[in-house]
Design a protein around this ligand. Structure first.
Ligand SMILES: Nc1ncnc2[nH]cnc12
Ligand SMILES: [Zn+2]
Length: 315
């Protein structure tokens, strides 16, 4: 089944480039940039990948991102991810990057963007993988800083297709970012947001009604609100679901409890994605395989999930 799932043509619509930083590359970049790490080796770092919730993961994820310093580092990170895409027949990807994670450490915005974008362009030419890059605002920081990030990004407007919202969800509702999303949309940018990963269904309503997003990242808690479920079915609003992420971060205790196939059968436009594959135990194919093993996903269901990902592209 793994090889069959691997060969399915698919799009990945929920992937944080910083979350694709494998421990081996993390160590190599630390050495290249002469950065001391608190872990002795790759195994010790991997052993630290045990999380009880989103925040525990994010603390390590931001720590790991500190080894990314130069344009070449961002290129290498992105290129390594694209090679995985090629190996798993991901024909189109719409990855996120978190500029504030880097600009707050003194890395210029253009260093981050140039490295990522050059790899994506080369991936298009050399690997045949199309892309649309999404700039994500960190929701644990004030909206004012999101505005500054958008302003820094506008000279490079053509390099990305939209904006997203990520980082710590609980306590940081979408309504806090209504104005910056309005500004981004007025510039013709697409809009997506993480909502209903750990946060309540109310955050999904806000993301739809106030941020006017076109796609919900995660959204698994929508199933707690029947009226919301009806809306996302009626309007065919895509959900970018990340099964391994959800079990690693204890959103569901184990894969057998995951609601993605129930949603699929109810007519929700759900897709399968890897979120932060270096931290959660696998890329897109591993996520599909986990659904087969944990939930008994059939070949027909896998085909519909893969088709949904191609249909839910923003570009
Ligand atoms: N799963 C996730 N949720 C929120 N923010 C993130 N940043 C990287 N991965 C994330
Ligand atoms: Zn995510």
């Amino acid at each position: 089944m793994y090889d069959w799932l691997n060969a399915l043509p698919k799009a990945e619509l929920h992937l944080h480039l910083e979350g694709s930083l494998e421990p081996e590359l993390l160590f190599a970049l630390a050495e290249r940039n002469r950065i001391a790490l608190p872990w002795n080796d790759v195994e010790a770092l991997r052993a630290a990948y045990a999380f009880n919730n989103l925040q525990e993961f994010l603390d390590l994820y931001y720590r790991g991102a500190d080894v990314l310093r130069t344009e070449q580092d961002f290129y290498d990170l992105t290129w390594a991810y694209l090679l995985k895409c090629k190996a798993q027949n991901v024909v189109h990807t719409e990855p996120f990057f978190d500029p504030q994670t880097h600009t707050d450490r003194g890395i210029p915005f253009e260093v981050v963007l140039r490295g990522i974008k050059q790899a994506l362009v080369d991936g298009e030419k050399q690997l045949g993988i199309s892309h649309g890059l999404i700039l994500a605002f960190l929701r644990h920081l004030p909206e004012e800083q999101a505005f500054q990030t958008l302003e820094q990004a506008m000279p490079f407007r053509d390099a990305f297709i939209g904006v997203g919202l990520d980082s710590s969800e609980k306590g940081f509702p979408p309504r806090l970012f209504e104005r910056v999303f309005a500004k981004a949309r007025s510039e013709g940018l697409h809009a997506v947001a993480h909502a209903g990963e750990e946060g309540p269904p109310e955050y999904i309503w806000e993301a739809l009604d106030l941020l006017k997003i076109e796609r919900i990242d995660h959204g698994v808690r929508a199933s707690e609100d029947e009226r919301l479920m009806q809306r996302i079915i009626d309007e065919q609003i895509p959900l970018t679901v990340c099964p391994l992420s959800n079990t690693k971060l204890c959103v569901f205790e184990h894969m057998g409890q995951h609601n993605i196939l129930d949603m699929l059968e109810r007519g929700v436009k759900v897709t399968v994605n890897s979120d932060d594959p270096a931290y959660f135990g696998g890329y897109v194919t591993e996520n599909f395989a986990a659904l087969h093993e944990g939930l008994g996903m059939s070949e027909d269901q896998a085909k519909r999930l893969a088709q949904n990902s191609l249909d839910a592209r923003l570009v």
